[in-house]
Write a protein that binds this ligand. Sequence first.
Ligand code: GDP
Ligand code: IMO
Ligand code: MG
Length: 429
Amino acid sequence: MPATCVIGLQWGDEAKGKVVDVLTQKNEICVRYQGGANAGHTVKFGGQAFKLSLIPSGIFHHNVKSVVANGVVLDPARFLEEIEGLTSRGVQVDADNLALSNRLHVIMPWHFLEDRIMNSLCAHEPIGSTMRGIGQCYRDKVGRSMAFRLGDLYLPSFPERLKEVTQIKNQYLYGMNPDGGKEQVSYSETLEKYTAYAEKLKPMVTDTTAFLLNAVDADKNVLFEGAQGALLDIDHGTFPFVTSSNSSGVGVCAGAGIPAKFVKNVVGIMKAYTTRVGGGPFPTEQDNEIGQKIRDAGHEYGTVTKRPRRCGWFDAVAVRYTSRLSGVTMLSLMLLDVLDQMPEISICTAYEINGERTTDFPALVEDLYEVKPVYETMPGWMSDTTGCRNYSDLPDNAKRYVERLQEIVGAKVGIVSVGPDREQTIFVN
Ligand code: GDP
Ligand code: IMO
Ligand code: MG
């Protein structure tokens, strides 16, 4: 059973980091394969909390190799900072337990400027990006001529190419925002910085595609850590209010360079309710005291940007869609304890769009904005679940909620989480 994937089934922040940490115990390799420093994954154990952005959440386990694969877009400064932060807290992060793909694309200084200008120029609802230059780096990857892969930083031609691209980018930045004439990138500073980053990263840089192909051929257990969530998938999410990579289950093979036949287990991560950061439609949003109660109980503020997360009821139409899309073999239901004090809990089981009822997730955001959610309401359990460690410890109404969700979504719940700590995890059966 070589490959297991952990995939967020909503709009991100489903607690993938926690599940990856828990499941890494059974794996030898842990891989991040898409996204970048837009991700913020939290791992808690032994009274400590760690926030990870680019480094795989399996890093805390001995004898596990962590891999940052080709599909990630890497901000070298943040990556080095993250390593420093972890090592200063006694976590091993070095070339012995972490490998970086020489194929992955590097975020360059102009990507941050472009991200900011783009978000401010558009008059319509902004995407509300994390300002990490993610979309701009992926755009250059697809456009090819302006892109830098990590391996490029070591080529003798790097300074010359950097000079050429910096000139073109400065013209482009000026064209985007002539009033912001100061928003230009210095070639010499960039060369100096990126040469220094390359030197520091060098011991970790390798052909991770070859490494992973050898690993799956040798039947090693590999865990793939998705970032973001399937509703933010560039192809299958709520476009254009998405991120710029394939963040649903379909992204694993391209992002890591392994064939689909090795992907045997797909763990779909979902909160017991729904959250979203940034712009875009959110049919079950509760922009009221219910949403605020969820936000308070779940501490729903962004890990990366600290923005308050938009909160609402569980959307089973959306999750059934993303679970099928991602080929989920097991569900992991997170943050169930956040609903402990809800007298009644609603689940959206269908959408009504312009008078028509459907259980299919629409392709167009224009339709999603029109959705009237059809709710089913269940009684809450009004008791503390954070101490439960076995499925049988859960109150009956909580079990009924779990079972109803798995019935509508169409996959079995194998893990229930009742708190942020590693220990607050229930394995069902
Ligand atoms: P990720 O991006 O999917 O890894 O999720 P985030 O780390 O951004 O957000 C999840 C938040 O929920 C983190 O603060 C976790 O520590 C916390 N968390 C994880 N599981 C649980 C849980 O079962 N209950 C509660 N109350 N918090 C949880
Ligand atoms: P994790 O891995 C939640 C959202 C942003 C914005 C949109 C595009 O922690 O679940 P981008 O910077 O990618 O161009 O932003 O996507 N977004 C996330 N929301 N969790 C994330 O990651 C996210 N990564 C990006 O808020 O709406
Ligand atoms: Mg997060």
